[in-house]
Design a protein around this ligand. Structure first.
Ligand code: MTE
Length: 309
């Protein structure tokens, strides 16, 4: 399977046992209200091996990346997810993988992680709303997870679904949004070495507001493609529906590749604001494919990218 070209430098990150023990330990401790009592830091480090991938990019602060979020299941305000996502139970967690695969099944997150090499990747992240950040994600290639389910030759797309649990995700009680949140990729996009499943960020377990315990990160596409808190993955022959396209097909397409040359119908996509840069927000020109064109542009050879938005 294709590996990202600088992968060799990424040796494995966290001994998986440590990651999982911590996951179990923290869950148990939180349940008993013990974390502080045990003298455990609120968020123990994953000890991800630092690599030079993404070197030179200025990291967004942890504080900014975890308090300015889009996660409509917890409200529409940027500060809502940080306030309300604590209510989400992320352990136990399992992911149902089905459709055009030879090994369909419901996989416990622990079992998925057992087989994965966790690595850190520093990626640019560009929201369609024209703000951006740079985040060191910890996780594994999506292609490794798909391979586990042994895809069939006729699979052309991968559909993703977020948890539906209105009792914990209060935003899901609002009738106007087509819950659960769904997203999709073409099979070759999903198998591309840059497509990443994150279980952590900044060397820590993913905070709930950023999509715990498992979220997609597709760095060359607008942020809404990076679906959070995934419980279902289905390989299909037909292009699957995607939430923002269902809500407003004129403004949000299936592909949604970052493209400064194609404006959103209501605003320019030529530049973006770096979150956390305050009142005099730092602006940067937006790069085609968010700067990952060398790696991904060939996926779209022959497509008119101003039409397939
Ligand atoms: N996934 C789910 N399930 N629900 C959401 O509302 N918002 C998307 C994406 N994934 C969203 C989601 C949008 S619009 C963006 S920009 C990113 O998550 C934001 O990720 P962040 O909060 O980690 O920055």
């Amino acid at each position: 399977m294709a590996r990202y070209k600088s992968d060799l430098k990424y040796s494995s990150v966290t001994p998986k046992a440590d990651f999982m023990n911590r996951r179990q330990l923290m869950a148990g401790a939180a349940g008993l209200g013990l974390a502080a009592g045990l003298g455990m830091p609120a968020a123990a480090k994953l000890n991800a091996t630092k690599t030079d991938y993404g070197a030179g990019l200025e990291l967004t602060s942890y504080e900014d990346a975890t308090t300015y979020n889009n996660f409509y299941e917890f409200g529409t305000g940027k500060g809502d997810p940080a306030k309300y996502a604590k209510a989400l139970t992320t352990d136990p967690w399992s992911v149902e993988i089905g459709g055009l695969v030879n090994k369909p099944g419901t996989y416990a997150l622990e079992d998925i992680l057992k087989d994965m090499t966790l690595e850190e990747r520093i990626y640019r992240f560009r929201c369609v709303e024209a703000w951006a950040m740079v985040v060191p994600w910890v996780g594994f290639q999506l292609s490794d997870l798909i391979a586990k389910a042994d895809p069939q030759g006729n699979a052309k797309y991968v559909a993703f679904e977020t948890l539906l649990r209105p009792k914990e995700m209060h935003g899901q009680s609002s009738g106007s949004f087509p819950w659960p949140y769904v997203e999709g990729l073409r099979m070759d996009e999903a198998m591309h070495p840059l497509s990443f499943m994150a279980t952590g960020m900044y060397d820590e377990v993913l905070p709930n507001q950023n999509g715990a315990p498992l979220r997609l990160v597709v760095p060359w596409k607008y942020g809404f493609k990076s679906i959070k808190s995934i419980v279902k993955i289905t390989l299909t022959e037909k292009e699957p529906p995607t939430t923002w396209n269902r809500i407003n097909a004129r403004e949000y397409g299936f592909y949604s590749n970052v493209n400064p040359e194609v404006n959103h119908p209501r605003w320019s996509q030529a530049s973006h604001r770096i979150i956390g840069s305050g009142l005099f927000a730092k602006k940067e020109p937006t790069l085609k494919f968010n700067g990952y064109g060398e790696e991904v542009a060939s996926l779209y050879d022959g497509m008119d990218l101003s039409k397939f938005y």
